[in-house]
Ligand binder design. Structure first.
Ligand code: GTP
Ligand code: MG
Length: 334
């Protein structure tokens, strides 16, 4: 092929890098049970896509046309030429078809977009790892990601539960703080973030809307939402604020159910991992059972709270687990 080296050339050089400007990626959602998948061929270079389509055995397709075509002898599907630089192949959406087509594209010298983006990578898996490294939210992800090409090369299998936990290192999990008014919820978010993000006052109903920050808890980056105190809302603004808090709680990866020595035990909320926290512990600790007592104003147990949250969301055992981690979003294709 004029625009790219063959697979055997790449093998001999020991490098995955090729001189093509055309790359592909799967743009339909990973694992979606759709009847049709979309593979996007893309090139920043005018004319490169024509050559690639020709060499894939696809007849010329003017920009703006969609045709039903045989796809590399593997499937039949629509081919849509959106622009000079973008063309979509739409095979059936089964994982088997996708895997075979993806491999055929790589065999014909058209790299996965990751590999095109990281020509210094020595394998598609390493290119994929480098891309993940660039977007990982948590510092704790770095060493794990760097070790993934080696782990996958061993042929060991991954584990869905472990994948789910470790995905929290890529996309920050959502933590929602809930509790009655005037117990120190906003003081806690201010202390955890080291700055004033939420107004504090000795008056119930100070926080009227949810306030969010990203926090780095010992290497795990989380999204943390402070919410208005939960109470029977008398006016519409407070009712709206309470609804917002409860809606956020339904999406949370972890709920912090809070109270202090003077408040009743937090109501259990089914379906989401929960930590029960006693705030303002310098004024006394509640009789209801709690996972940790903290005083944000006095700085008491703040490091313990960060450790507890991190261990609940991403246990140290998951970080130390030697198995490979499926850290990418699209189906495993190469
Ligand atoms: N003694 C003591 N007082 C605290 C502590 N944390 C917060 N407070 C005080 O408790 C009062 C309420 O604090 P906030 O952080 O505004 O409470 P909140 O739960 O966010 O209140 P709402 O926004 O109304 O729901 C303020 O006067 C704080 O200074 C603590 O650890 N110890
Ligand atoms: Mg508040």
């Amino acid at each position: 092929m004029s625009s790219r080296g063959s697979a055997s050339e790449r093998d001999q050089s020991g490098s995955y890098a090729s001189d093509t400007s055309v790359s592909w990626s799967i743009v339909t959602p990973p694992g979606a049970a759709g009847a049709i998948a979309i593979i996007e061929l893309r090139s920043p270079e005018a004319g490169a896509l024509e050559i690639a389509l020709h060499e894939l055995g696809l007849a010329p397709l003017p920009v703006g046309t969609v045709k039903l075509r045989p796809l590399l002898g593997i499937d039949t599907g629509l081919v849509a030429r959106w622009t000079q630089h973008v063309c979509h192949l739409m095979p059936h959406g089964g994982l088997g078809v996708l895997r075979t087509l993806s491999q055929a594209l790589v065999d014909r010298g058209i790299p996965l977009a990751d590999a095109a983006e990281f020509p210094e990578a020595s394998s598609p898996m390493e290119a994929r790892m480098l891309r993940a490294l660039a977007r990982a939210a948590s510092p704790l992800a770095i060493d794990l990601l760097l070790d993934q090409p080696r782990r996958w090369a061993t042929g060991a299998g991954d584990d869905p539960g472990l994948n789910r936990i470790l995905s929290r290192l890529m996309d920050p999990p959502l933590i929602v703080a809930l509790g009655p008014p005037n117990i120190g919820k906003s003081t806690l978010i201010n202390t955890l973030s080291g700055r004033i993000v939420s107004i504090v006052a000795d008056e119930p109903g100070t926080t009227r809307d949810h306030i969010g920050v990203w926090l780095n808890l010992g290497g795990l980056v989380v999204r943390y939402l402070d919410t208005p105190g939960l109470r029977e809302a008398s006016d519409p603004i407070e009712r709206r604020a309470r609804d917002i808090a409860l809606a956020a709680a339904r999406r949370a990866d972890l709920l912090l159910l809070m109270g202090d020595a003077g408040s009743p035990p937090p109501d259990p909320i089914p379906g989401c991992p929960v930590l029960r926290l006693a705030l303002r512990s310098d004024l006394g600790t509640p009789s209801w059972s709690h996972d940790l007592a903290v005083s944000a104003a006095r700085g008491h147990n703040m490091a313990g709270l960060a450790d507890l949250i991190r261990e609940t969301l991403v246990p140290a055992g998951a970080i130390a687990d030697p198995r490979p981690w499926r850290f990418w979003a699209e189906p495993a294709t190469v």
